[in-house]
Design a protein around this ligand. Structure first.
Ligand code: ATP
Ligand code: MG
Length: 261
C-alpha cells in the first residue's frame, strides 16, 4: 500500500515543487515505484518532471471530473519507476465548482485510493494556499512535508500551517502526521539561514529533517530542461541533498508519530 505524502506550505516559492519532483525522483532511483501528483494549477511539477506527454489523455482535473480514467491520465517519465499525474490550469476552477459539494475535501483521496496499491510512494505537490486543493492533498495524505525557506518570516507561516493541520486532523483526516519540516535554500554563508534553522529546530525539534537542502543553482536550472536534478546533474549538491532526504524518508521512524502538539 503506497504511502501518500503531501508537500505543502501556503507560502509561495519556498521549494514545494522542487522538493516534490526531486524527492519523487530520488525515491524512484532507490527502486521504489513512485507517483508524482501535481495538484497545482501552475503545473510546475508537470513541466519539471520530464514526463512523456505523447499519449496524454487528460490531467488531474479531468480525473476528478470523471471524464478520464486515472490510469489513462498517468504518464511515464524518463525514470523507469517515476510516474506523473499531471496538472492543468483548469484545476484553479475546482474551488468554485466544488463550493456546494459537501465532499469537496475528499475528491483527491477518492481518486487516489484505487491506485494506491500500485505504488510505494505517492507524492502530492500542493499549491501555495490553504484552499481546496491543499485541503484535498492533506485529506488524501498519510503525512506532510513542509518545506521552509530559510528567510525572515518563514516561522510565522509555519505556525499558521500547523493550525490548519490541527483542523484537518480533527475534521478531515485523523491519520495525518508530519513527515517533517524541510529547510530549503539554505545558504551556509548567511547568518539568516543558520538563525532560521536554529529557531525551527528549537520550536519543532523532532519534526525537522536532518537533511537540509542547500541553495544550489543546478536545482533552479533543472526544471527548464524538464529533468529532475538526478538526471540533470547527479554530482551537484542539490542532487546529493535530495538523495539524502529520500533515504531519510524511506527509513523514517517518524512516520508513526500521530501528534505534533
Ligand atoms: P509555489 O508556491 O509558486 O508553488 P514552490 O514552493 O513550489 O513555489 P519552487 O517552485 O520549488 O517553490 O521554488 C521557487 C523558486 O526557487 C524556483 O525558481 C526554484 O527553481 C527555486 N529553488 C527552489 N529550491 C531551490 C534551491 N534549493 N536552490 C536554488 N533555487 C531553488
Ligand atoms: Mg510549486
Amino acid at each position: 500500500m503506497g504511502k501518500i505524502i503531501a508537500v505543502g506550505n501556503q507560502k509561495g516559492g519556498v521549494g514545494k515543487t522542487t522538493t516534490a519532483i526531486n524527492l519523487a525522483a530520488a525515491i524512484a532511483v532507490n527502486e521504489l515505484k513512485v507517483l508524482l501528483v501535481d495538484s497545482d494549477p501552475q503545473a510546475n511539477a508537470t513541466s519539471g518532471s520530464g514526463a512523456d506527454f505523447t499519449n496524454s489523455e487528460g490531467s488531474l482535473y479531468e480525473v476528478i471530473a470523471g471524464s478520464v480514467e486515472i490510469g489513462r491520465a498517468i504518464l511515464p517519465t524518463e525514470l523507469p519507476l517515476l510516474y506523473l499525474l499531471p496538472a492543468s490550469k483548469n484545476l484553479a476552477g475546482l474551488e468554485i465548482e466544488l463550493a456546494e459539494d459537501e465532499n469537496r475535501a475528499n475528491v483527491l483521496k477518492a481518486v487516489l485510493e484505487p491506485i494506491r496499491e500500485n505504488y510505494d510512494f505517492i507524492i502530492v505537490d500542493c499549491p501555495p494556499s490553504l484552499g481546496i486543493l491543499t485541503l484535498n492533498g492533506l485529506t488524501a495524505a498519510d503525512s506532510i512535508i513542509v518545506p521552509v525557506q530559510c528567510e525572515y518570516f518563514a516561522l510565522e507561516g509555519v505556525a499558521e500551517l500547523f493550525e490548519t493541520l490541527e483542523m484537518v486532523k480533527s475534521r478531515l483526516n485523523n491519520n495525518l502526521t508530519v513527515e517533517g519540516l524541510l529547510l530549503t535554500m539554505y545558504d551556509e554563508r548567511t547568518n539568516l539561514s543558520s538563525a532560521v534553522a536554529g529557531e525551527l529546530r528549537s520550536h519543532y525539534s523532532d519534526h525537522v529533517f536532518r537533511t537540509v537542502i542547500p541553495r544550489n543553482v543546478r536545482l533552479a536550472e533543472a526544471p527548464s530542461y524538464g529533468k529532475p536534478i538526478i538526471l540533470y546533474d547527479i554530482k551537484s549538491k542539490g542532487a546529493e541533498s535530495y538523495l539524502e532526504l529520500a533515504r531519510e524518508i524511506i527509513n523514517n521512524g517518524k512516520t508513526t508519530i500521530g501528534t505534533w502538539a
